[in-house]
Design a protein around this ligand. Structure first.
Ligand SMILES: Cc1cc2nc3c(=O)[nH]c(=O)nc-3n(C[C@H](O)[C@H](O)[C@H](O)COP(=O)(O)O)c2cc1C
Length: 137
């Protein structure tokens, strides 16, 4: 089945604790699995960046629900395009907390979120494309 990848950025309304992030991930995993959605959520201490992968109509519906979540605001879709394959096919929702420096690819991810936030590119690529490339190799 053909799939899309949707990437958005949003602003957390408050500082998210580890428990807050775990709660989001728990619900996301439980909901995404049965509707064939995979993806990854990044949090940098102030902003969320999320990749959602799945059937286009499913993503549009899911995004509308997520967008209305009171835990974030100013959500903006950066990318919503058909994809030949899933980048995060192994995860119904992966979570990367960049609020601690432990994360793999920390520096690149911080740069991607910063570029997305301020409407800059990452080299020649848009932030969403740069993000997907980081995990496609
Ligand atoms: C940053 C962020 C990312 C989220 N990602 C997902 C997601 O991938 N899938 C999902 O079902 N809910 C996600 N949620 C939660 C939804 O906004 C909503 O609370 C949840 O889907 C409601 O689940 P329910 O319909 O089972 O009550 C996310 C929330 C936030 C704040």
């Amino acid at each position: 089945m053909s799939i899309n990848q949707l990437v958005y950025i949003s602003q957390a309304v408050r500082k998210m604790s580890l428990e807050d992030l775990n709660a989001i991930q728990r619900v996301a995993k439980a909901n995404n699995e049965p509707i064939d959605v995979t993806g990854s959520l990044f949090y940098n201490g102030g902003w969320f960046l999320q990749v959602l992968e799945g059937p286009a109509a499913t993503l549009d519906q899911l995004y509308r629900k997520i967008e209305g979540d009171p835990r974030h605001k100013n959500s903006r879709v950066l990318y919503n395009e058909p994809a030949a394959f899933r980048t995060f096919g192994r995860w119904s929702m992966n979570m990367t907390n960049l609020d601690n420096r432990q994360a793999d690819k920390y520096d690149q991810l911080v740069e991607v979120i910063d570029a997305a936030r301020t409407n800059r590119k990452v080299g020649a690529a848009t932030p969403a494309v740069a993000l997907l490339r980081l995990f496609n190799s």
